[in-house]
Design a protein around this ligand. Structure first.
Ligand code: HEM
Length: 139
């Protein structure tokens, strides 16, 4: 579940409010180290997406899948909005995704570029608590 949520988030986190581009377009630079491991979740969703590809874009499907994950993990039911447009290439994504080796300044610059406040950034970073759920249920 965490991997699907992370896939959708990485698609979204390339948005720039300054340049008004990037964001959810069903396109990720999978060879970029910051996206390491996410091909697995793209490939997991792809056969399911193919059933619905005449109805919605890949970006909409990834967004919808992440809402399903949030709900299945015990989170709220978040209303879904359609209309994201897919891109075959996303060169503007380069350098926009978070580098986990950097600190607070880097994180705040990223969330400000996305249009979020510090408070909203803290709430969104709470998504990382999902990572331990599988491990906890096995313990
Ligand atoms: C500055 C921002 C962020 C940084 C530096 C960051 C960094 C990371 C790192 C290093 C991982 C582990 C990746 C791995 O297992 O190889 C991770 C996982 C994850 N991230 Fe983030 N992240 C950020 C923002 C977000 C946001 C905004 C969300 C969602 C709202 C999110 C959702 C997740 C989820 C769900 C996982 C777990 C994936 C899994 O279980 O495989 N992240 N993140």
């Amino acid at each position: 579940m965490g991997g699907i949520l992370r896939l959708a988030t990485h698609d979204a986190m390339s948005y720039s409010k300054y340049e008004n581009n990037g964001g959810m377009d069903g396109c990720l630079q999978f060879d970029d180290i910051v996206n390491r491991g996410l091909e697995k979740y793209r490939d997991l969703l792809q056969p399911v997406y193919e059933h619905y590809s005449s109805l919605m874009s890949r970006a909409d499907f990834w967004a919808l899948a992440s809402l399903a994950v949030i709900e299945a993990a015990g989170g709220p039911r978040i209303p879904f909005q359609w209309g994201r447009v897919d891109a075959a290439h996303c060169p503007e994504d380069g350098g926009r995704l978070p580098d986990p080796t950097k600190g607070h300044g880097h994180v705040m610059k990223l969330f400000t570029r996305l249009g979020f406040t510090a408070e909203e950034a803290v709430a969104l970073m709470g998504a990382h608590t999902i990572e331990g759920l599988g491990w906890l249920s096995e313990a």
